[in-house]
Design a protein around this ligand. Structure first.
Ligand code: NIG
Ligand code: FE
Length: 418
């Protein structure tokens, strides 16, 4: 068996190598390679250059996988913010919002996050695992090879653990990488007798050590909002998380500002949402190491403003885009469609869109081994049957990849049930 693979030739390959981590990017900076081959060994890219040259050098040492039709290769996409570990649905919330009720009003009257908590608590671990697998595979069919998944619909030690253990088990049944995040601080559960501080103290004291011991998550998230936790309440929770070595991420500035300041204070890996961010928050984020994550699926699902992505980029922020797939605010789960709708509203270049769902999204997850097609990175990529990469954004998510590869192995082929 040959232990190397040579795949190509690709009419175009979107490398994104050397594209900056922060700030605006023009399409001239995109680093587009033509007639290129990818040489893979042990799941990693070991060469990326002219196909004919590679073929001549490696014809007897590498398995040749020839791409016959015109094809474009892009890095595997990274969805750095999802809530796909849930049961039930909130179609009624969607109808109520479109009839005039607000997201927060629905939450206060018994819908919202709490109704999904009740459904998720009622689901068995096995049911949750099946739901996670199905949704992860739907994202895979879009070319997504790394998926962040939050807990947050358990809201008790036992139920948060059920979700995070289900995620760990689901990993054995999906070919994409799942990156679990503990969102026990999604809201104070309605059945908790005690203050918000009591709840957070209990979670930090009794849940955090189990996350470490069972290796369930390295990341702690909190929803900082009027309906959830205040910037003050969350201080000691985040301090305890950081002392244990967790990465911090924040649901920030969704309806009101405060969250992004906390994210920056704690040097969070990301501040996500930011629909309500004003000039001050934008300037602070741009000057920080915290990735600004836009969630256009939530703007579309709720019917509110988009994250000010253009301003964030122009001031120098690192902007990622994710689906926020969840049953309430963002039920769609279509990354490219959402990213390209945001692009038309906010005037984002193709380079900015692709960066936001590849290496900049990897940065939001503290991952440095993926998101670009470059020597040394994992061979995670998708192949589209087209001769021009611009068609991918132009068709706004309706053109799907023909194949998806993960760590040098084809894990998805369009039209094939696996
Ligand atoms: O990111 N904003 C808070 N959390 C989720 C929504 C969760 C839900 O509505 O179930 C979000 O939009
Ligand atoms: Fe979210």
């Amino acid at each position: 068996m040959l232990d190397k693979k040579l795949i190509g030739p690709f009419k175009q390959l979107l490398s994104l190598d050397h594209v900056p981590l922060k700030g605006a990017i023009s399409d001239q900076q995109i680093n587009l390679l033509t007639h290129v081959g990818i040489l893979i060994e042990k799941g990693k890219i070991i060469a990326l250059t002219d196909y004919d040259e590679l073929k001549e050098q490696h014809t007897s040492t590498a398995e040749l996988i020839r791409i016959e039709a015109d094809a474009v290769c892009v890095p595997g996409y990274i969805d750095c913010h999802t809530h796909i570990a849930f049961a039930g649905n909130r179609a009624n919330d969607f109808a109520l919002r479109n009839a005039g009720s607000s997201y927060l009003e629905i939450a206060e009257s018994g819908g919202g996050i709490w109704s999904t908590v009740k459904h998720t608590r009622a689901a068995s671990e096995k049911e949750l695992i099946t739901a996670i697998i199905d949704r992860a595979n739907f994202l895979l069919s879009q070319g997504i090879t790394t998926i962040e998944v939050k807990s947050g619909y358990g809201l008790s030690i036992q139920e948060e653990l059920k979700i995070l253990r289900a995620l760990k088990k689901a990993q054995d049944f999906v070919a994409v990488d799942l990156v679990p995040t503990c969102l026990a601080a999604h809201m104070k559960p309605k059945d908790y007798e005690g203050t918000s501080e009591d709840y957070l103290t209990e979670m930090a004291t009794h849940l955090f050590p189990v996350l470490k011991a069972e290796e369930l998550s390295n990341r702690i998230d909190a929803f900082i909002e009027k309906s959830a936790f205040s910037a003050i309440e969350i201080q000691s929770y985040f301090r305890k998380a950081q002392a244990l070595g967790f990465d911090i991420t924040v649901h920030a500035d969704q309806f009101s500002t405060a969250g992004s300041q906390v994210a920056i204070q704690f040097n969070a890996v990301s501040a996500d949402h930011l629909e309500a961010s004003t000039a001050i928050e934008i300037a602070h984020l741009a000057n920080s190491n915290t990735v600004a994550v836009a969630l256009p699926g939530a703007s579309i699902g709720i019917g509110c403003a988009f994250t000010p992505a253009r301003k964030l980029l122009d001031q120098g922020a690192c902007l990622a885009i994710a689906t926020d797939w969840n049953p309430g605010s963002a039920p769609m789960g279509q990354l490219m469609t959402q990213a390209t709708i945001l692009a038309t509203a906010e005037k984002l270049s193709n380079a900015e869109v692709f960066a936001a769902i590849t290496f900049r999204a990897a940065q939001a997850l503290h991952l440095t081994d993926r998101g670009r097609m470059a020597v040394g990175e994992w061979a995670d990529f998708s192949i589209y049957k087209t001769d021009n990469y611009q068609n991918i954004t132009y068709l706004q998510g309706t053109m799907q990849p023909e194949q998806v590869w993960k760590k040098g192995i084809m894990i998805y082929q369009k039209g094939e049930q696996r």
